[in-house]
Design a protein around this ligand. Sequence first.
Ligand code: GAR
Length: 194
Amino acid sequence: MCSGRGTNLQAILDAARRGRLGARVAVVVSDRRRAYALTRARRAGVEARVLDPRPYRSRAAYDRALARLLAPYRVRLVCLAGFMRILSPGFVRRYAGRLLNIHPALLPAFPGARAVRDALAWGAKVTGVTVHFVDAQVDHGPIIAQAAVPIRRGDTEARLLARVHRVEHRLYPEAIRLVLTGRTRLAGRRVTVR
Ligand code: GAR
């Protein structure tokens, strides 16, 4: 599920095409009609669906529609790749243990929608990327994989973002493969990888 450019989606599509996920992408869903991620999906021959939140009265109502949209695809995993909406507890429960997110910081540092900018403004020397299971709180669930990204003197947000993206594009497909091949075990907050 994507809201924007979909560079992480592209990394996932590429990994799937090369047989590196042991899975295929069944459907790409966006809350924004103009998301470039939809174009990437269509180009890869993957169904691209838009679910506009505006007609829905509440977050829960939208998320129920999202679950109805996804149901026929019988997906094993739902991956948030720049899907910039908070999901309601009902949706999170429905996909518990099968719902992944990528975040451009080393959580629990710099949660939220501007993590790269926040890390730079804070004066951090290192930031990074986190792939985690989604739970009821934002940018909070059990961590599957993390990788560090150095912040260099004179970095602009754009430069740091490009460095973070390169790491994201490697880490997300790797983490997805670990989950899909049953190599992760979840106990409380801890994810162990075999
Ligand atoms: C990614 O950097 C992802 O980590 C971030 O949105 C970007 C989407 O880029 N997600 C969050 O900040 C979630 N809190 P993309 O559309 O090019 O994949």
